[in-house]
Design a protein around this ligand. Sequence first.
Ligand code: ZN
Length: 260
Amino acid sequence: MPEPLPIFDAHLHPEGLSDQDLESMRFFGVERALVVAHHFPEPTSKALLRHFDDVVERQLPRLEKVGIRAYAALGVHPRCIPRRGLSEVLSALPDYFQGGRVVALGETGLHAGGEEEEEAFLEQLALARSLKLRVVVHTPLADKERHTRRILMLLRQSGVLPSRVLVDHATARTVRTILEVGHWAGLTLHPEALAAERAVALVRKLGSERLVLNSDAGDGAGDILGLARVANLLSKARLSERVVRRVARDNAARFFQVGT
Ligand SMILES: [Zn+2]
């Protein structure tokens, strides 16, 4: 059997996965991963900070234990905005960026849209701007194009450098616009959103520039082997090895500045 292609999963929620799932991911080529702060019911500022601590103190070591080099993005998900105390959460965030393992703010963005979400998004972008952080931006499954347009507008308003922003869960209909304005785009292999064959077709069309692959595994009906399947299809797709390595691993390492 040939060695699996080395993969950097740029969006993972390991608290929703078993150790066995993580071992399978490692076995099928995932060498590095970005653990992204998630949403949960009844968010409070205390629960959010507990979640951040769990990501750093428990989830990163769980991945390292199975041989996956792990980094984190911390932020307030649009589905997880506390009714009170957002500013408390945001003022605690900078400390997390000290140790070198928390490499981005996220995921932030819009889910259902509306004033509350936009305000929380903009506040986090202001923080990212002042601390010069990378940002991982969530775009929702429902009404993807409309929300993505709005997100791109808010990003422009925020003054964050476009090259420091990864707009995630992009589709065939949104990926071009995202790349055109200078952002990075995340393609999420998800049974409900983007099939492996479709992702390969997109890479074939767009090339590898600023494209990053991820699984979003751990969030509902994710697919822990989706990335391995794409990597396999990419290697067979008569694309240059450089293109394949870039989208599967090197681009993510470059965007999050963790060495290639
Ligand atoms: Zn996610």
